[in-house]
Write a protein that binds this ligand. Structure first.
Ligand code: ATP
Length: 256
């Protein structure tokens, strides 16, 4: 079986005024991989993530998802192309229930969109029922099915993070991009998150994540890229990254 390239990005440069935040950054992620992006504070991880997902405009770069060029010109273009993302800070609709939050993600994907579903035509009602069913399945999948009708702001922190992942999965993305999903989690929540990410991978999904917990990343990722001062300094298997002198120096440098 030949491996399929899901995300292929080349030659990204990004400048903020006088600061060269990214220099010739590229990435290649194969289908079914959990791919990690690590590096010291200020290395450019979030900037690269924001470029990939259409939040920041790059100065240069080529972008392909599952073999097709995509435009990173706006977040909705990237979502349409098939990348779903979460953010460092939780961005749920706090007053909506868990189920409704996931249904929003599903509506975005559906042919009729949110507005189509608002019109109470028979087809729309049937679609609504199927969206509801799929949303419940996703909540079950991420392990919070029992909280479907709970207002999302009343969920625990770890469960809100899970809900965000369920909502991102609702769009059936080619790539799930998670920005520090374990931030603020305790050890038990981190362990549960790790299990969930492995379950997502087992379903054939492809995941890109930024995470500060390097130990967790080494045990979880198939491959990793390390950024320092906006440049890739290493790329490879966890064992290769762990023994790479440039990476060790970057983390021990402490000046970042
Ligand atoms: N919108 C912006 N305007 C100006 N400078 C920015 C902007 N966003 C990021 N930067 C700068 O770009 C550099 C890279 O920042 P970035 O947040 O991408 O790093 P990071 O690796 O994600 O860091 P952290 O691990 O601390 O989240 C930093 O010097 C930062 O100050």
């Amino acid at each position: 079986m030949t491996e399929q390239v899901i995300l292929h990005i080349d030659g990204v440069n990004k400048r903020f005024g006088g600061l060269q935040a990214l220099t010739e950054v590229g990435i290649k992620i194969m289908k079914g991989q959990i791919y990690g992006l690590i590096g010291p504070n200020g290395a450019g991880k979030t900037t690269f993530f924001n470029v990939i997902t259409g939040l920041y405009q790059p100065d240069t770069g080529t972008f392909e998802l599952a073999g097709k060029p995509y435009s990173p010109s706006a977040p909705h273009e990237v979502a349409k192309a098939g990348i779903a993302r979460t953010f460092q800070n939780i961005r749920l609709f706090g007053e909506m229930t868990a189920l409704e939050n996931v249904m929003v993600g599903r509506h975005v994907r559906s042919k009729q969109g949110v507005f189509g579903a608002i019109f109470r035509h028979k087809a729309a009602r049937e679609e609504e029922a199927s969206i509801r069913k799929r949303a419940q399945e996703l909540l079950d999948f991420v392990g919070i099915g029992q909280f479907a009708n709970r207002t999302s702001k009343f969920l625990s922190y770890g469960d809100q993070r899970r809900l965000e992942i369920a909502r991102a999965l609702a769009t059936d993305p080619q790539l799930l991009a998670l920005d520090e999903p374990a931030a603020g989690m305790n050890a038990t929540e981190k362990l549960a998150l790790r299990e969930l990410l492995i379950k997502i991978k087992e379903q054939g999904k492809t995941v890109l994540l930024i995470e500060h917990d390097v130990k967790m990343m080494m045990g979880l990722c198939d491959r990793l890229m390390v950024l320092e001062y906006g440049k890739p300094i290493a790329e490879g298997l966890p064992a290769e990254i762990q023994s790479n002198q440039a990476v060790i120096d970057a983390y021990l440098g402490g000046s970042h």
